[in-house]
Write a protein that binds this ligand. Structure first.
Ligand SMILES: [Zn+2]
Length: 227
């Protein structure tokens, strides 16, 4: 769970649209578009105001999930992976019930939310599209590069981390890793506690990382497997 307001929408414009639009405009005027790397053009194209990937309300990135929209105050519109590469999955624990997690993610005052919540019964809820930046890591660059997954329970109650939850979450993480080519290792699948600068401790000492990683590897069909 994320409560650090400094990671939320600070009232400053996102680093993307206006600055990059200005940059490409100035650059084009001064030296011509040939000076821009092909990769820059590919990334900048989607940032031009009014140009966005089509999206439909309620659309899911992970088919087994159900959709409940988070408040738009708790995430930022983006076009990942074209504007920001996605190379991390960040594991959280809700420190409360599933219902309370949904409630705070729908609350604009909370200023934080994850893309997914996995319940103790294994059900998966998606609340933010993966192409958008969710405020969940308490670190701007890690928000921009990651998918956040909450798990229903408390860090000091190992019994909350059910076998069904581990298996369901592992399938979700494996699917995310395959979609973005993220290596299935502990450098790229991390706990909130491992995000630089965070004061959060989740998922805590009872989260069974060896068990979880084994399940993620088992759920992977190969191709992005590492160490
Ligand atoms: Zn967290």
């Amino acid at each position: 769970m994320e409560t650090n307001r400094s990671a939320g929408p600070p009232g400053k414009p996102g680093r993307g649209i206006s600055r990059r639009a200005l940059l490409i405009g100035g650059g084009a005027a001064a030296v011509g578009t040939a000076a821009l790397a092909v990769d820059d053009i590919r990334r900048v194209w989607w940032r031009v105001p009014g140009v966005e990937k089509p999206r439909k309300a309620g659309e899911l990135d992970y088919t087994p999930a159900r959709w409940i929209a988070a408040s738009e105050a708790n995430w930022r519109r983006a076009d990942r992976p074209d504007d920001y590469g996605v190379d991390r999955v960040i594991i959280h624990v809700t420190q409360g019930s599933y219902a309370s997690a949904v409630r705070v993610f729908q609350d604009p005052a909370h200023q934080a939310a994850t893309h997914y919540i996995v319940r103790q019964n294994g059900r998966v809820t998606q609340m933010i599209r993966e192409l958008d930046v969710a405020y969940h890591a308490g670190n701007r660059s890690f928000n921009e590069r990651s998918i956040g997954i909450e798990h229903e329970g408390f860090v000091d109650r190992p019994q909350d981390f059910t076998a069904t939850m581990y298996e369901s979450s592992a399938r979700l993480t494996a699917a995310i890793c395959e979609r973005y080519g993220i290596p299935v290792d502990r450098e790229h699948i991390i706990g909130h506690v491992e995000v630089p600068g965070t004061d959060h401790t989740d998922p805590g000492p009872h989260w069974d990382w060896p068990r979880y990683m084994k399940l993620v590897r088992a759920a992977s069909t190969g191709g992005s497997r590492a160490s």
